[in-house]
Design a binder for this molecule. Sequence first.
Ligand code: SF4
Length: 277
Amino acid sequence: MPKQIISASEMERYGYCPLSWYLDLEGIDAEGDEVHSGVEKHKEMGDSLKNLLVEEEKSRETSTTLMTVVAMIMTLVTLALVILLISNDQLRQNLGFILLIIGIGWMLVASFFLYRLLVSTEKVDKLRDDYKLGETDIETPDGLTKETPLLKSVNHNLAGRPDYLIKENEIRIPVEVKTGRRPRAPFFSHVLQIGAYCLLSEETFQRKPTHGQIRYGFDNEPHDVKWDSDLRALVIEKLEDMNDILEGKAEAHRNHKRVGKCNNCSRRKGCPERLDK
Ligand code: SF4
């Protein structure tokens, strides 16, 4: 099998069961209603976050335009008033009135931009409330650069797109959103995936994130996963194992004895090592 780039979501699959990851590479697709509804919910959320960023950009542009128009109105009105106050000449008085009328005309333009700004701000607030984002500054992978919407690590043969990144000065904290119920502690496979995103964030932006976040739905508090040397070592160890398998130096097998895990596995039908009830 040729060496290929490993994605952070593949690491999640590997973390669940190495064989599940390998079966996926062999073309055995995940099955089940939960898989499809999860994909749809994820796409919906991704589209909404993109809309939020587009709307915020629009809002900033409208605000700048509004400020320019207001500054122009103030200049026109001030000029008109000065002319009207200091001039007795009929011609200049007329010029003052004309400038005043133009200024009033521009007020209509300003009201239009103000209306647009209010509508846009309302949409932004609603989306931020829906996703409980507060005032955090976020970025989606699409917004990184048009050429490279992915985070990549050449050193570790790894790439990935977290759902979004929280920007804190120069640091980017990756956030992964899961659609299932919130567990008391995040699942191992999800921790491995967010660890992979932390590694990617660190290499891409040359700044070490303090942690990554896993959100099980938007109504619950996120789990913060500390990006420390232990998690880094674990991610690198699993990446090396995966690269060994891709290079044919090792094989992928079931790494557990849990029947329940196999019963819940979306690739159980095509799995030669599944455990049955
Ligand atoms: S059925 Fe069991 S052994 Fe097979 S891939 Fe799924 S979890 Fe692994």
